[in-house]
Ligand binder design. Structure first.
Ligand SMILES: NC(=O)c1ccc[n+]([C@@H]2O[C@H](COP(=O)([O-])OP(=O)(O)OC[C@H]3O[C@@H](n4cnc5c(N)ncnc54)[C@H](O)[C@@H]3O)[C@@H](O)[C@H]2O)c1
Ligand SMILES: [Zn+2]
Ligand SMILES: [Zn+2]
Length: 331
């Protein structure tokens, strides 16, 4: 496929023009690339993928005072309406009118220049690379999951799924004070990465995850469970390995429905079941945590590609699932 030529974006009074420097490849990008749709969101071609991005400010709109040309930045990809009840109560991530990069009908940012509201553009410090800047986006999801779970110092967290989202949830859980983290997946390369980050790992094809969590907690179960796969089977495991008064956070969206969740443990264990949708108000936290060396986000990257090889980047991330943990396109 020849790279398309598109006009330079318009820069409104409250926007900044950014020269893009790095874009992470997310599972949703891969899904749109392969299938052309996620649920009711159907791609109309031509369409630009990418929503995990960083870059350099080229130009700022008239009203912008907090950013200037030359600033290194990363961008929060979802722009809410600022006016609805959700926006006004601070829950802008669930705004029904949100325009999110690379979610039809809105184009993404895998291109040379993007225009973006200054309010959703964040300066990154000099000690942070552009790739780390791009990875602030998935990290914000992990922080939102850990935050929503209310993880406290010394707690045990069980995480199901060690893709990018499981790994950022692991890094966030650790940063919020979890001292034992038990991670399940079926892909050894991803489990090895989780182990490198200090987790106890379980290949669910070889061992029973619930048994292992119970063994690791002397039968008490985990304080927090984060399901980063999102299937009936994984939510059943999440409920089964949760301890009394535990919080279970659903992050993964692997299946369409959740079936087979027994009521008895939900009731008898007084579980709190929560879900998250993306993140809100967490970019500054994520940037500070990475810059301070608390979260080694760059270590989740397994594959780097140049912008010109974007086609190969997508093909590799789709086909070589055994080896790819996280792909990033660098300009
Ligand atoms: N809630 C949100 O806001 C939000 C945001 C981003 C992504 N997501 C969703 O989170 C999920 C994870 O995202 P990702 O990018 O890491 O995807 P991914 O596909 O790379 O990772 C999912 C992992 O789960 C593993 N897995 C599947 N079934 C399993 C099982 N039975 N036991 C153990 N592991 C199992 C897979 O091997 C894979 O490594 C996806 O469903 C994605 O759509 C949700
Ligand atoms: Zn993403
Ligand atoms: Zn709104």
């Amino acid at each position: 496929m020849e790279p398309g030529v598109i006009p330079m974006p318009e820069v409104g009074d409250d926007d900044v023009l950014i020269k893009v420097q790095a874009v992470g490849i997310c599972g949703s990008d891969l899904h749109y690339y392969e299938k052309g749709a996620i649920g009711s969101c159907v791609v109309e071609f031509p369409f630009i993928l990418g929503h995990e991005a960083s870059g350099v400010i080229e130009r700022v709109g008239r009203n912008v005072t907090n950013l200037k040309p030359g600033d290194r930045v990363c961008m929060e990809p979802g722009i809410p309406c600022y006016h609805c009840k959700d926006c006004l109560t601070g829950h802008y991530n669930v705004c029904k009118h949100v325009r999110f990069w690379a979610t039809p009908p809105y184009d993404g940012c895998l291109c040379n220049y993007v225009s973006h509201p200054a309010a959703f553009t964040f300066r990154i410090p000099d000690n942070m690379t552009f790739t780390e800047g791009a990875l602030i986006e998935p990290l914000a999801i992990g922080l939102h999951a850990a935050n929503t779970a209310g993880i406290k110092l010394g707690q045990t967290v069980a995480i199901i799924g060690a893709g990018c989202i499981g790994l950022v949830s692991l890094l966030a859980s650790k940063a919020y004070g979890a001292t034992k983290i038990i991670v399940a997946d079926v892909l050894d390369k991803r489990l090895a990465k989780a182990a490198e980050f200090g987790a106890v790992t379980v290949n669910s094809k070889e061992r029973d995850f619930v048994d292992e969590v119970m063994r690791q907690t002397d039968g008490a179960g985990a304080d927090v469970v984060i399901d980063c796969a999102g299937f009936s089977a994984t939510m059943q495991q999440a409920v089964a390995c949760a301890g009394n008064n535990a919080t279970v956070v659903l992050v993964g969206l692997g299946g369409d429905h959740l079936d087979g969740i027994p009521i008895e443990p939900l009731s008898c264990k007084e579980l709190t079941i929560k879900s998250i949708f993306r993140y809100r108000n967490l970019y500054p936290t994520a940037i500070n945590a990475v810059s301070a060396g608390l979260i080694p986000i760059k270590d989740i990257v397994s594959h780097r590609f140049k912008f010109e090889e974007s086609d190969r980047a997508f093909a590799t991330c789709l086909k070589d699932i055994k080896n790819v943990v996280k792909g990033v396109i660098e300009f």
